[in-house]
Design a protein around this ligand. Sequence first.
Ligand SMILES: [Zn+2]
Ligand SMILES: [Zn+2]
Length: 355
Amino acid sequence: MAKKMTGAILPGNSTVELKEFDVPTPGHGEVLIKMKSSTICGSDIRCIYNEHLGKGPEGYQPGLVSGHEPSGQIVEAGPGCREFKVNDRVIVYHISGCGVCNDCRRGYMISCTSDEYRRAYGWQRNGGMAEYMLAEEKDLIHLPDELSYSDGAQVACGFGTVYEGLEKIVISGNDAVLITGLGPVGLATAMLAKAMGAQNIIGTEAIDERIEVAKNSGLFDTVLKAGPDNVQKVKDLTGGMGVEKSADCSANNNARLTCIQATRKWGKIVFLGEGGTCDFQPSPDIIHDQKTIYGSWVTSIWKMEELVERIVRWGIRPEELITHRFPLEKAGEAYALMASGKCGKVAVVFDEELK
Ligand SMILES: [Zn+2]
Ligand SMILES: [Zn+2]
């Protein structure tokens, strides 16, 4: 067993620093995971890579190993582990909570109210951009044999977040769905909405490279270049009615308004994209047409566990949305590419996931 390992830290000036760390030893209820796949999230770019923006739950502690979308294999289990053991393939739910506040008891450790014990991997404790990672057993989900570690990394944050949002607006075969913002979260929304039965999936996106990725994914019936004609075009594609459901994954003011206005009467809208603002007129845009807007942040660990089961049942592969894979030595290139937006999902991978 190696004593030292390499890990990537984010100084906050659009660079990545590789540093040597001690390989940690798992304590009571903890495991040591050999990292296999660790994907980069939009929030890593927005709040850490470009500059350290976040406060409180979004605050990155300088010098910690980055990466909050980890999947790997347990190589050492500390005393007191009850369910997980050496060789188990796992996904890490990316926030470790206190376990006893109301939010943790609902499984939403993302919203844990304990200042002392809420620590997100890759933010307030070491994350997945290293050869090994220490995690608490209670934060783990079994990764089924049918799925790869890169499938698992995709679930750890992005797919879980999307699934929660789509469950809130209830997607079924009844629905035409509009998705604004076709980065990794928008693509994941299309993949899950399709698996859940949605029939007419329309996407809008501003960046040309992302339009190409979306078109090539085969997940969309129509991909539109973001613009002021989007509401009319979506109505034209839905018999003049608009979609039943929409999801904003862009955090863009105009795109959010498109979601609201291109959704038909009694329709449901979910906002997944973080940051920015939204200008709309309550009476004509939502009240008179009986529309509902949901906000949705990450998911609960039990829902993530059910999502993993369903991904296998549906026969879909989240890793297909990864357009670029890098070894840890090239983490700098990986983050720079993700920051450029000229890509789908970007992953830092190890061992058999390097391909
Ligand atoms: Zn994330
Ligand atoms: Zn808590």
